[in-house]
Design a protein around this ligand. Structure first.
Ligand SMILES: Nc1ncnc2c1ncn2[C@@H]1O[C@H](COP(=O)(O)OP(=O)(O)OP(=O)(O)O)[C@@H](O)[C@H]1O
Ligand SMILES: [Mg+2]
Length: 294
């Protein structure tokens, strides 16, 4: 579904260039439900906005389905956003209309694209558990309920790919569990591919695969040991330790053999710009450069 290789995104402001993605690699299969984690400023939203067609990539390769997002024309981009992707924003208030009802909010984008389907709009609101609240105005709903309206809206165009930026960022843990369960059900029942950005590690146990981004690069990958083990989610306590108990951890090696070594490891060995590497037949051992000592 998604293939990024050496993806670069540079934001240019007046006298400053920010390299938000520095050659990122990522592959997501059709029907997968995966999460992207990383610290604030690591490039998560930039990646999602690029995949969602909201930001233009600067260089590298990025394809989603049949679309090459580097070469896509402006007209095709409009079509891509309308037909292929659904998007849940980090701050969802910007695509909700407070004085319309939940149902009207879901119908609005359908009307704008000329494909109003009232029955489907109702069904979406049922899916997200808002059957009883669909005739309430948005400003009469709680934050968590509004977030679920945003989920329904993101599905209104029947997208193949759903991108969610911190969908549980501002809700309590019960609502957050409910939102994750809705994602899981949608993924299983309609087979939609889902990419969720979060910095909440406790959510990571609820997806099959977690990719960690550090400084605009994919650094570590966690793959669930037993994908059928749903109660595994409960074993995940907060923190990376919990993630490791359910997921197998891998360091990402790109096609030309580069990998990213965590800063703590480099710091612990005082490795700056060079290291020694040995291969003993089974392991590759990286050490501080011996020859430079003394
Ligand atoms: N429109 C922009 N113009 C200039 N710089 C930007 C822009 N958007 C993001 N950046 C910069 O790019 C880097 C990555 O930002 P991004 O929003 O992708 O981070 P993030 O991982 O989503 O962080 P958070 O967890 O806080 O949401 C940051 O250094 C940020 O300041
Ligand atoms: Mg962000």
């Amino acid at each position: 579904m998604i293939h990024c290789e050496g993806l670069v995104k540079i934001y240019k402001t007046d006298d400053l260039e920010v390299v938000a993605l520095q050659g990122l690699n990522l592959t997501v299969n059709k029907g997968e439900m995966m999460a992207i984690i990383g610290n604030s400023g690591s490039g998560k939203s930039t990646l999602l906005n690029t995949l969602g067609g909201l930001d233009r990539p600067s260089a590298g390769q990025v394809t989603v389905g049949k679309w090459d997002l580097l070469k896509i024309t402006d007209e095709q981009l409009v079509q891509y956003k309308r037909d292929t992707v659904g998007f849940i924003w980090q701050n969802n208030a910007r695509n909700l209309l407070p004085y319309l009802t939940a149902l009207e909010n879901v119908e609005m984008p359908m009307m704008l694209s000329g494909k109003l389907d009232r029955a489907y709009a109702r069904q979406l609101l049922e899916w997200v558990g808002l059957k009883e609240r669909m005739h309430n105005k948005l400003h009469q709903l709680s934050g968590g309920e509004q977030q679920r309206v945003a989920m329904a809206i993101s599905l209104s165009n029947r997208p193949e790919l759903l991108l969610a930026d911190e969908p549980t960022g501002s809700v309590d843990s019960r609502t957050s569990d409910m939102i994750m369960d809705i994602f899981r059900r949608l993924n299983q029942e309609i087979g939609i591919t889902i990419v969720i950005v979060t910095h909440d590690l406790s959510l990571a146990g609820k997806v099959d695969r977690v990719v960690a981004i550090r400084d605009g690069l994919t650094s570590t990958e966690f793959i669930k040991r037993n994908p059928n083990l749903d109660q595994a989610a409960e074993e995940v306590s907060r923190g990376i330790g919990g993630l490791q108990s359910v997921h197998e951890e891998y360091v990402v090696v790109d096609r030309v053999g580069r990998l990213q070594i965590p800063k703590d490891y480099l710091g612990a060995l005082n490795i700056k710009d060079k290291a020694s590497m040995e291969f003993d037949g089974e392991r590759i051992i990286i050490t501080a450069p011996k020859s430079l000592e003394g």
